[in-house]
Structures are given as C-alpha cells and as structure tokens.
Design a protein around this ligand. Structure first.
Ligand code: 26W
Length: 826
C-alpha cells in the first residue's frame, strides 16, 4: 500500500490567514468586480474559490509536469456519470487549509458554512455508480496515481425533486447558471465526432481493402477540466468533461442563402447531446440520444488519449504499456469498437495488431445484475447512428465465435448463440455487456458476493472460457468527504484517539475498538451523535415543517427509489408500528423518526407511487395525536450528495434492506457504518463484508439469502400465502385500499398493494416481512440499553476501514491497472 504522508505539517501549502484574506479580497475586487460592502454570499463564495484555485492550479501544473515528464502509464476512467457534489469544503480539507480559510473568512465577516452552501451540487450522476466514480478519482489523486476521469459536461444534471401534495415533481437542475469557478475550458483540445452516414469499401492502389465512413454529421467536443485535488495536496489530477457543440456554428453558405433558422436547428441538435443526464437508474431507455451521448464522450476521450500518446511515440507498440482504460459499467463499452476504428481505419494498423492492443487496454466493471439494467441496443438503431461500429462489432463477434467459442465447444451452435454479442430475435440486439467481457482483459464485480454471482449467474459460460478474466474489487468510499469533512465532531474525537493519519489509513480506527466499553468514551461518542441529530432535526424542520426529537432513533433510508431496494418494505414496518400504537397507545416502543431521501426515475410509476405513499402515510402519522409523537415519518425532498452529508452523521439506524442478490454492493451502507450507525440489512452486496468486519453481534441481519431467494422464485413464490397467513400483514395491506391516508382519494395507494399481490411481489417483500419486523424489534431492544448501543456504534465506526476507497483503488492498481505512484509535490 502506498503511504502518502498526511500529517498537518506535511501539507505542501503553507498559507497564513492574512495571505488568504488578501487573496479573497483581491479576487472580490479584480476578478468579480465588486466590493465588500456590496458583495453577496455568492460573490464571496466565488472569490473564495478563486483564492483556493491559486493553490489548486499550482498543484495542477506541478502534477502535469511530473506526469508528462516521466511519460508514465496512466488509468483513464471512462464514466457517463460523476456525482461530485460540492467541491469547496473538500478542496479546502484536501489542501489542508480549511481552518485557515474559515478563520480568514470570519475576520472578513463571512461564515464559511453559508458560503459553502452557495455552491450548487455537481449532480452529474444518478446514484451509486456516479458517486463511486467521484470517490475513486479522489483516491487516485490522494495516492498520487496518474489518472484522468473522462465524462460528459451535462448542462443539466439529475433533476431537482419537489413534492406537490406528496407527489414527486421533476424540475431542471441548472448547476452552471451562475458559472462554475472550478472548471477550465480547454479549446486547444477540442475534438471532432462523426455520426450517422454510411460506410464505403475502397481498394487502394496496392489492392488493399479499406473501409471509409462518410459521416452524415460532425459534432465538436469541447473539454472542460475540473481539477481533482488529492488529500494532502500532493497531486492534482483532472476530470475532463466533454460538451457538445455544432461543428460549424455559422455555416455561412446556409446562412447567406437565408438558412439562418436551419443553422440554428443544427446547432440545437448538436448541443442536445450534452444537454441532460438521463435520469434512469437501473432501467435502460434504448434511446438514440443516449447511444449518441455514449459514443460522443468515448470518441472524444480516445482521440484525446491518442493525441497525447502520439506526441511522444511514432508507432503503437507502447500504447498498451502507457494506457489502461476502465469502463464504468457498459455505458462506455462503445469505446472498444471506437479504438479499433481509430487504430485500423485512421492509423492504418492491421486488425490483428489493433485487436491485440485493444485487448490489453480495456477493463470493465459491472455494477448490476438486474436484467432490465443490462444495456442492449437495437441493431437497426445502432446501424443508423454508428454504421462503421456495427461492422466492427460484427467482425469482433465473428472472430470470437469462430476462433474462441468453436475451439472450446466444437460444433455447438447453441453455445455460439448463447455467447454471441448479437442477440438473435426480433429485433436483433447488441449485448453491450458481452462486448465488454469479450473486449476487456478483466471484468470485475463490486463486492465479493456480487463478483461470485457474475461468474455463476450472469456470465457462466464466459467464466468457463476465461476464468482468469473475472475478479472482484469491493467498493469503497472516500473517508475525506464521508467522515472528515461531513462529520467534523467525530473527526476531532478520532484525531484525539488515534492521531491525524486516519483519513488516509482508515484501518487505524481499529484502535478505537478498545475504547468501545469505556463509559467516558461512549458518552463523548454518543454526545456527538446527539449533536449531529439536533443539526439534522433543524434541517428536517426547515425542509418539511415537521418537528422531530433528537432523543428518538433516527432510522434512515437514503438511495434511489427502486422496488429491489424495498423502500416499501420499510413502509410496511411503519404501518405495522402505527397500527400497533393505535391498538395500544401505551405500547412501549422506543420513539423513532423514519427518514427517507430518494428520487424516482420520472417514468417509473410504482416508484413514484411509493414516494407518494410514504409522504401520505407520514402526513397522517405526524398529525395523529393519539400516538403521542412516538413515531414520525419524513421524506426529505431533493436527496443529493450535499443532503447526504447532513444526514449520514446523524443516523442511528441504516436501512440496507434490498432483496438478497440484487444490490451489487451499496456504498451508503459503508458511509453510515463509518459514522456510527448500525445496519439493519439483508445478506446482500457489501452488507456481507460489513458484517464480517463489525461482527455478527453488531449488525441486524434478516431475511432470505440470495440462494433462498432464487430457489423460492424457481419453486413458484406465492406472496398471497403470506398475506392470508399473517392477519397483521393482511390488515396493513388492506389499509392501502382505503382512504385512511388519502382522504377523499380512496385507492390512491392501492397500486403498492397490487404490486405485492397481483404483481407477484417480485422482490419478496412479503416473504421477508416477518423476519424484518423481528429484526426491527431487536433494534428497539438494543436501543434501550444505552451502553450497549454506544458500544455497537463505536465498533461499527472503528471497524470499517476496509471500505476506504483508497483500498479499492489499490486493489484495482494491483490486479488490473498496474500503475506506479508519483506524488507531484513532495
Ligand atoms: C441503463 C440504465 C442504467 C443506469 C445506471 C443501468 C445501470 C446503472 C447503474 C449500473 C446503476 C448503479 O448505480 N449501480 C450501483 O452501483 C454502485 C457502485 O458500484 C453499487 O454500490 C450499487 O449496489 C449499484 O446498484
């Protein structure tokens, strides 16, 4: 493991308060043209960013010099999503100047928290996969690895969520409306992207055949660089995001011929490509624009890599030594045929040479097993947008089936059909995951259990063919954002307990386990939790108008809304408690606040119904005086990274209740445990490994195992059996048919019940219901014993060092990327 020193005295930038003050003032005057007496918080925030950037850009230049000076191997992380959140606080911490900046701003009459909250979230992602990419680039820079993230510069990130009468309403997210102080436009690196058209076969003078693509359209890709500051400030890498523009905005011929309007239409079409992030998580849209987005950023990124490589090399013999490309799910797999196109069609390499290079360059991470999330493209659509790429894919497939499959399984046409990148059917489809496995030297899952399921369930025959290609890299989270920056109170306690090196070596926190029984330490630990809960209570009041007590258990479920994540199972528990309280208002339960945050894909009807259901049930419960405030339910609108940062430090109980075998890993589970929440969860994804680390006695596990789930489904699962056999379950489900929670709208919540009965309950909520309710009772019991709860919480926080994303990155480096670390600034 690379050890990068991060003790305060080792930060390269020493900056005193006076200098920072002057820098902020100078930028206020000379960059933003305003003065102290007139500037609002937004202007102060921007001036602060400019002052920070003086250090960031210095680091950027040094890193660039170092990495290009030694012409080193680098990883290129291709991802359609980077869910960065806000950068100000993070950059300050990573540069080691947070306190300096805070004090300087205080002297200028500014509150750093207020200024930081001026920054709009960079919400260029949907959920887990996008946030993982953001944690990974933080870790890569922290560990001093040469790396670049490539993605799309969406004009609109994930939609802003509002509630109207409990229903989700989507509003456009406009994160750049007032400019983004972190990004730098690089017109010198603009790329051109061909689209549509047709392919011609030509024969050269030597009789050699070559393919010429005559594109129907050309788009420009304009790069915007976001500096990625590693913790300690030793390395500043970049995230390069491509924006689409019309190739020739003022097409003078068209213009002069009176075609001004046509020219405008063309411009609008070109700009549409990077206009908006697709808000679908785990369901594919199959839309032309999405395929175009994928191709657009892969094409730009590969040209960028080749351009840089060719500056130093005359041929491609060292390409695979210098470059490794990680594909974040199948979304960028089009990069594989695109590299082939650039090498064969444009650079004149032989197919075999190009394929040999390509096969050493790409690696693919799978993030989901859900069949509806596995990307497939209609061959007809594909041919229309990318005619040359379809030919290349046919060629890859043809060679694979003839040379590889036929060798392993001679005369077995069924096997060829099974493994073919092209799925036969009507319509025929390109299976992007298969292209990923065939075109990459490694395929990895994101938690141990998920990686096993990839081998056994998703790609069993590919695994038989190439067992050495499959591997696991368990996900992680950056402890800089997810503990140091978001939970300063707990961070200070840990600094005191184990010293200040834990943000890079999170396993150091293990020493805290020894204090888990110490009543004094318990008291301090729980006092911090209590303060964090009070802070969140204020946020809840502000966002929902609901008053909650920090004495209650804060029971939190935050993640995208999806049936497999089972927010509706959580809802069934709430209904159960509510019903029991109505039957016996003196029922002795620990007060609880159920807190939700989730966005539903705009077209996902049932997910939206579940949001509506939880909101309506909450309204009724929160207003019901009979239950004396013992339970409250709040759904915080517009869940996003910056809201997560306020919620996670305040969690007592972390809901990780997906159907076993469905959640690839989960990363919220790691964030909560690190901040001292206990997990209630199934044996799914990384929960399995969290349990291993914290011990079975410090986690609430319930429900069917993945094996049990699949055998139950195979045997013919009938959710009605559970409905009829459990009168309490029947009563709460029947409640949903009434107008009890939706006055004057009877049946407004019926779709949820219907999905669980008529719909067959595909994610086995009813099968796991009883076991979940029991586990929740165990939680209630545990919370009564304050010392026991404190001990469990401390052990959780102290035991999850494994889930540092630095460890994940080191695993990628060791098993896939084979990089060397070169921190730029000593
Ligand atoms: C085609 C539409 C689509 C869009 C996004 C399909 C699939 C996705 C992603 C793969 C969904 C995603 O974010 N998956 C999550 O990835 C996390 C990081 O590895 C895991 O922790 C989560 O378990 C997984 O659901």
């Amino acid at each position: 493991m690379v050890q990068v020193s991060t003790a305060a005295e080792d930060f390269p930038f020493y900056l005193d308060k006076e200098a920072f003050k002057q820098s902020v003032q100078r930028h206020l005057h000379t960059t933003y043209g305003t003065v102290e007496s007139k500037a609002n918080s937004l202007a102060w925030w921007k001036a602060t960013c400019s002052a920070i950037n003086e250090l960031v850009f210095e680091g950027l230049t040094e890193t660039h010099k170092k990495h290009s000076g030694i012409d080193t191997r680098a990883v290129h992380y291709l991802s359609l999503e980077f869910l960065m959140g806000r950068l100000t606080r993070n950059n300050l911490y990573n540069l080691g100047i947070f306190e300096t900046a805070r004090d300087a701003l205080t002297e200028l009459g500014q509150d750093i928290d207020t200024l930081c909250s001026e920054e709009p979230d960079m919400a260029l992602g949907n959920g887990g996969l996008g946030r993982l990419a953001a944690c990974f680039i933080d870790s890569l820079a922290t560990l001093g690895y040469p790396a670049i993230g490539y993605g799309i510069h969406y004009e609109h990130g994930l939609f802003r969520q509002e509630f109207r009468d409990g229903h989700q309403i989507e509003r456009p997210d406009s994160w750049r409306d007032y400019g983004n102080p972190w990004e730098i436009c690089r017109p010198e690196s603009i790329q051109k992207v061909p689209l549509y058209g047709y392919v011609e076969t030509e024969f050269g003078p030597n009789g050699k055949m070559r393919k010429v693509w005559h594109p129907g359209e050309m788009i420009r890709g304009v790069p915007w660089d976001i500096p990625v500051v590693g913790f300690g400030g030793h390395t500043v890498n970049i995230l390069r995001l491509w924006e689409s523009r019309a190739d020739d905005y003022f097409d003078w011929d068209v213009f002069n011929a009176g075609g001004y309007v046509d020219a405008q239409a063309e411009k609008a079409r070109a700009e549409a490509i990077s206009k908006v992030l697709y808000p679908n998580d785990e369901t594919l849209a199959g839309k032309e624009l999405r395929l175009t987005q994928q191709y657009f950023f892969c094409c730009c990124s590969l040209q960028d890599m080749l351009r840089r490589y060719k500056r130093r090399h005359d041929d491609f013999s060292h390409f695979a030594e210098q470059i490794v490309i990680q594909l974040n799910d199948t979304h960028p797999t089009i990069a594989i045929p695109e590299l082939m196109r650039q090498l064969v069609d444009l650079e004149g390499l032989k197919w075999e040479e190009a394929w040999a290079i390509s096969q050493q360059v790409f690696a693919y991470t799978n993030h989901t097993l859900l069949p509806e999330a596995l990307e497939k493209w209609d061959v007809v659509l594909f041919e229309h947008v990318l005619p040359r790429h379809l030919e290349i894919i046919y060629e890859i497939n043809h060679r694979f089936l003839d040379e590889v499959v036929a060798k392993k399984w001679p005369n077995d046409d069924q096997m060829k059909q099974r493994l073919s990148i092209i799925e036969e059917g009507n319509p025929r489809m390109v299976r992007m995951a298969y292209l990923g496995v065939v075109g990459c030297f490694k395929t990895n899952g994101v938690a141990y259990m998920h990686s096993e399921l990839i081998k056994k369930e998703l790609f069993p025959y590919f695994y038989e063919l190439w067992p050495e290609r499959f591997t696991n890299v368990t996900n992680g989270i950056t402890p800089r954002r997810w503990l140091k920056a978001c939970n300063p109170r707990l961070s200070a306690l840990f600094d005191e307990a184990v010293g200040t090196h834990w943000p890079t070596d999170l396993t150091l926190l293990r020493q805290v386990v020894a204090k888990a029984d110490d009543p004094k330490f318990q008291k301090r630990f729980m006092a911090i939790k209590h303060q964090n809960k009070q802070d969140l209570a204020k946020v809840i009041l502000q966002l929902t108008g609901v008053e909650v007590s920090a004495e209650a258990i804060f029971d939190i479920q935050i993640k995208r809304l999806h049936e497999y994540k089972r927010q509706h199972l959580n809802m069934l528990h709430i209904l159960t408690l509510y019903r029991r309280l109505l039957q016996d208002p003196d029922l002795d339960i620990q007060p609880r606040v159920f807190i939700f945050g989730a966005k539903a894909a705009p077209g996902y009807k049932l997910a939206k119904d579940i949001i509506f259901g939880i909101n309506k049930i909450g309204e009724r419960i929160n207003a019901d005086e009979r239950i004396k405030g013992k339970i409250k339910v709040v759904f915080l609108p517009n869940y996003r990274v910056s809201l997560a940062e306020q919620m996670i430090p305040a969690g007592d109980l972390s809901e990780q209740i997906s159907t076993a075998g469905k959640e690839a890993s989960g990363t919220g589970n790691m964030k909560f445990a690190l901040n001292g929440a206990l997990t209630i969860g199934t044996m799914d994804g990384a929960n399995v490994e969290i349990r291993e680390e914290v011990g079975d006695e410090n986690i609430f596990i319930f429900g069917l195992s993945a094996d049990e789930v699949s055998s139950k489904l195979k045997a013919g699962y009938n959710s009605r059996d559970y409905y009829y056999n459990n009168p309490e379950l029947k009563a709460i489900l029947d409640w949903l048919d009434s107008d009890y929670f939706t006055p004057n709208q009877p049946g407004a919540l019926a779709s949820i019940k219907r999905s669980l009965l008529d719909g067959g309950d595909p994610f086995l909520c009813l099968a796991d219901y009883e076991s979940y309710i029991c586990a929740q009772q165990a939680v209630d019991q545990a919370y009564r014993d304050k010392a026991r709860w404190a001990k469990m919480a401390i052990i959780n926080s102290a035991s999850v060092g494994k889930f540092n994303s630095d460890r994940s990155i080191q695993d990628y480096v060791d098993t896939i990327w084979k990089l060397k670390s070169y921190p730029a600034i000593e």
